[in-house]
Design a protein around this ligand. Structure first.
Ligand code: AMP
Length: 254
């Protein structure tokens, strides 16, 4: 298992798809965690995912990262479905369920990785959740929990507009609450910190509307399966992480 702060898996198999291998396979953890992270844009899922990865040694699998990675490739190498997906993302719309589900199916091996996984940004609809359940069954694995991070709308807007992401290693910062040591430069890898296109004002409103329409059925889906854990995302990342650890029954380090 990685020691806290040392997590460095490049997630090549997830980000680039079938035919690619991660440069560093995670060591088999004592307890393998398979978690879904749910919550509105800006709630701090990415930050909690990073902290959980360090703690558990599990891979952070974000569908948004797959689309952003595809976007940074030459467009003529992307499949027609991926081109449509990228257009949806840039316009702040949800990518069609079928496209996202096919993309996850292509990467199904990542779901039975010995290190476990934290799915972030998928599923986003009840239909995607149903498909994920089938994919997991086909891989012979089950989810431990779906963590739902909650926060009032105004606080969400503030968090989103200040968010900056490392273009290279995808580490997440915030200009006010989680600033890098040198403005615009990633503490971990020295990459440039950028504002995601979908974190700009126009895209934020559209994402919120899409989010509200689809989240309730998704929460019901996991509540019915007794997998849903609601976590307040108020306060500092460390405070939220302590709540996560309590909910999962993990040891709290002082
Ligand atoms: P995220 O980084 O999870 O906020 O995702 C960024 C964007 O990628 C979203 O606003 C959507 O356009 C697209 N996206 C990522 N995951 C999904 C998904 N599971 N379903 C539909 N669209 C998605």
């Amino acid at each position: 298992m990685s020691t806290p702060g040392s997590y460095s898996n490049d997630r090549a198999a997830w980000l680039k798809g079938p035919g690619h291998r991660c440069s560093e396979a995670p060591a088999g953890a004592k307890r393998v965690w398979r978690l879904v992270l749910l919550g509105p844009p800006g709630v701090g899922k990415g930050t909690q995912a990073q902290l959980l990865c360090d703690e558990l040694g599990a891979c952070h699998l974000s569908t948004g990262d797959v689309f952003r990675a595809a976007r940074s490739m030459e467009m003529d190498k992307a499949s027609p479905a991926m081109v449509t997906a990228i257009e949806c993302m840039v316009g702040g719309k949800l990518v069609p369920d079928l496209t996202v589900v096919n993309l996850v199916k292509e990467r199904a091996k990542c779901l039975r990785c010995v290190g476990g996984f934290l799915l972030d940004g998928f599923p986003r609809t009840a239909a995607q959740a149903g498909s994920l359940e089938e994919i997991l069954q086909s891989q012979g694995v089950t989810l431990n929990a779906a963590l739902y991070f909650e926060l009032p709308l105004e606080q969400l807007r503030t968090r989103l507009s200040g968010r900056r992401t490392c273009g290279r290693c995808k580490a997440v910062y915030h200009v006010a609450s989680r600033a890098s040591a040198v403005a615009g430069v990633c503490d971990t890898c020295g990459g440039d910190l950028v504002q995601r296109e979908d974190d700009r004002e126009e895209a934020i409103e559209k994402r919120m509307v899409a989010y509200n329409l689809t989240m309730e059925p998704l929460l019901t889906f996991y509540a019915e399966r007794k997998l849903l854990m609601r976590i307040s995302a108020a306060g500092s990342p460390d405070q939220v992480f302590t709540r996560v650890k309590v909910a999962l029954g993990l040891p709290i380090h002082e």
